[in-house]
Structure formats: structure tokens, C-alpha cells
Design a protein around this ligand. Structure first.
Ligand code: MRU
Length: 343
């Protein structure tokens, strides 16, 4: 029987609004919300109601289509560019957001604001992501055996993408095929994407998953519980340096120490050859209260303490065993292998 998939970022039935699964309510409530203004869309990205690099690209495509339905012909391109720039300013690190907004702007310019062309373009962004995530998951699966255990960080599953996801796509695909592949997932402080989202997705997929705190990954590696690490990515620089959720580089450093292969999984839409290295990647800074107060009924840090809350870090390419894309597995030297993907 063919598995039925639900699109967590999609158009409403009348195609006039954007519908998203509100990820901030998971795992306690599976609620879909509808958006039709640029302000609501900006807020949804900023507050991580929609998140995950590929999902942000899909969201941006549908968002620009919905917004363009309300533009007057005489000011169409001005309004289009203004809203695209506004949405782009919501979060800086994941390249998929700015890339999809540029792609929709180019389609609007080329077609002279033709709504049919824009509808086609946003659908193409979703369809391409489905194909890419499925291919990435197959390549990742080729590295797993029956009985393997994967460690992952943050959330790079179906809700962060279109279908299987990237980093946990191979694990979900393995479960579908009746293989026994286990997973450990880090909580991922401060926003708990691992605990709230990855653990939920893997349990729904019937995967044997164990949740650990972020500071436990070296310990489970030392105990021989982990065979391989799979993480997603928000932007991969030309030299292979990879921005992903804060804490990813700690997992990579520990994996190197314990001789455990560490793979980054992501579509080519997350590779940015314009960034020569990780130093060119802008890291989003978020409100310190996400650390001190957000999940607690009482503050868990002294009032007024300075908090430093970068949302991402950059894993040095020397720590990465391979970068798994829809076109295959890139190996070092990444300057060459990543560039060859675009030839
Ligand atoms: O702040 P987030 O939750 O948007 O961060 C997401 C990640 O770091 C993911 O690992 C990345 O976007 C890949 S999603 C396939």
C-alpha cells in the first residue's frame, strides 16, 4: 500500500492562504494554522512555527504566491520585492529561505507577475524538495545496516522538509523497510527541537528512539552505543564548513574523538558556493530569555544575567566524513566535490 503523506506546509483548499503545522505546539498538539498576511508569515518564521531549512524554502514559495494574489497590477513588482525582502529579514542563516525568495522574485519578473507562473514555481520548489529528500534518504540508508544506531541533533525530519527529511530520513526509510535501526536524539537546547520534534517524529515512524540531554552525546559515544551521526544543515559553504543548529559542532568533535563517522545530510539547495567558508555564514542571534525562562514556570537563571544565544554553529569541514545530497555522497576535499555537483 502506498504511504499517505501530509504536507505540513501547503496552500489552503481555495489556494488563497498558506497552511502550516504550528511546530511550536508539538508534541502536545498537532494544529494547522492559516496565514495570509506578510506580518503573520514573518512572525511564523521568526517564532519557529515553521522551521527547518528546506521547509523555510517551501514556505517562502507558497507565501509569495499567496501574497501576490493581493497585489494591484500597477504596483505588483514593487510590492513583491518589498514583501520578499521583509520575509528574508526574518532569519539569516538557512540559505533556503533567501534562495526561494530570489527564485520567486525571478519568476515574477520573468513572467510579468503572471499568477499561473508563480503558482507553478512554488509547486516546483515543493516537488523538487520531495525528490531531493527521498534521494538523500536512500543514500543515507546505504550507510546503515540492520542493527545500526544513529545519533542526531536538532530536527531534520519530515516537518523540517517535505517528506522523509534529511538527517532522519534514512532512519524513517529503514523502519519502513522493516530494518531495525535505532536512534539517539539530543534534546537540542534551548528550543528543544530534538525532544519536541525529532523524538515525536521517530516515535510516530515506529523507530526505537532514545532521548538524551545535549551534554550526554560524548558519553553515549564512549559507551559504544552510536555507530554513525547524521545531522542536517542550514547552509554549507564551498569548503564544506556547515552551519547547523547550535551544538552540532560539539557532536562532530566528540564523534571524531571516538572514531565515529559524522555525516551532514542536505539538499543542494542548502549549499551556498558564494560562502567560501563558515566564516562567511551569518549566525542568527536569538533572545536570551529562550535560555533563562522560556520552558520554565519560574526563571531558571538570575534576573538580568547576560545570555548569549547563537542559534547555529559552524562545524569545520575537517570533522565531516561526508555530505549526503540528492546527487550522491560528497567526500573531502569538499572544494572539489561540492563544486562538481553544480557542473
Ligand atoms: O532553528 P531551526 O530549528 O530552524 O534549526 C534547524 C536546523 O538546524 C536543522 O538541522 C536544519 O535546518 C536542517 S532541516 C532539514
Amino acid at each position: 500500500m502506498t504511504k499517505q503523506f501530509v504536507d505540513h506546509v501547503r496552500l489552503s483548499d481555495d489556494e488563497r492562504r498558506l497552511v502550516i503545522l504550528d511546530q511550536t505546539l508539538l508534541p502536545n498538539s498537532r494544529t494547522y494554522i492559516e496565514l495570509d498576511t506578510a506580518e503573520e508569515m514573518y512572525e511564523a518564521i521568526k517564532s519557529l512555527r515553521v522551521r527547518g531549512a528546506p521547509a523555510l524554502g517551501i514556505f517562502a514559495g507558497f507565501a509569495m504566491y499567496v501574497l501576490s494574489l493581493g497585489y494591484e497590477k500597477s504596483v505588483f513588482m514593487d510590492r513583491f520585492r518589498q514583501d520578499a525582502e521583509y520575509l528574508c529579514s526574518s532569519r539569516p542563516t538557512a540559505v533556503n529561505l533567501s534562495r526561494a525568495l530570489k527564485r520567486m522574485t525571478a519568476a515574477a519578473e520573468k513572467s510579468g507577475g503572471d499568477l499561473t507562473a508563480l503558482r507553478r514555481e512554488c509547486q516546483a520548489i515543493l516537488d523538487e524538495d520531495i525528490a531531493m529528500c527521498t534521494a538523500i534518504s536512500r543514500y543515507g540508508l546505504s550507510l546503515l545496516k540492520d542493527g545500526s544506531t544513529v545519533l542526531t541533533h536538532c530536527n531534520a525530519g519530515p516537518i523540517a522538509t517535505s517528506r522523509y527529511g534529511t538527517a532522519i530520513g534514512p532512519v524513517i526509510m529503514a523502519a519502513e523497510r522493516g530494518m531495525h535501526v535505532g536512534a539517539y536524539c539530543d534534546e537540542t537546547r534551548p528550543l528543544l527541537q530534538g525532544a519536541r520534534l525529532t523524538a515525536w517524529e521517530l516515535m510516530n515512524a515506529g523507530v526505537d528512539v532514545t532521548l538524551i540531554c545535549d551534554n550526554m552525546s560524548a558519553s553515549v559515544m564512549a559507551q559504544g552505543k552510536i555507530d554513525i551521526c547524521f545531522v542536517g544543515c542550514d547552509r554549507v559553504a564551498a569548503n564544506g564548513d556547515t552551519a547547523n543548529k547550535i551544538g552540532t559542532s560539539l557532536v562532530a568533535i566528540a564523534a571524531k574523538h571516538y572514531g565515529i563517522p559524522f555525516y551532514v545530510l542536505g539538499p543542494t539547495s542548502s549549499i551556498d558556493l558564494d560562502c567560501r567558508s563558515g566564516r562567511d555564514i551569518v549566525i542568527e542571534q536569538r533572545d536570551g530569555e529562550e535560555i533563562s525562562k522560556l520552558w520554565y514556570s519560574r526563571p531558571m537563571a538570575p534576573e538580568g544575567v547576560r545570555c548569549y544565544n547563537p542559534a547555529f554553529d559552524v562545524t569545520d569541514s575537517s570533522l565531516i566524513s561526508g555530505i549526503i545530497t540528492e546527487k550522491g555522497i560528497c567526500r573531502p576535499p569538499y572544494d572539489e566535490s561540492l563544486r562538481s555537483l553544480f557542473r
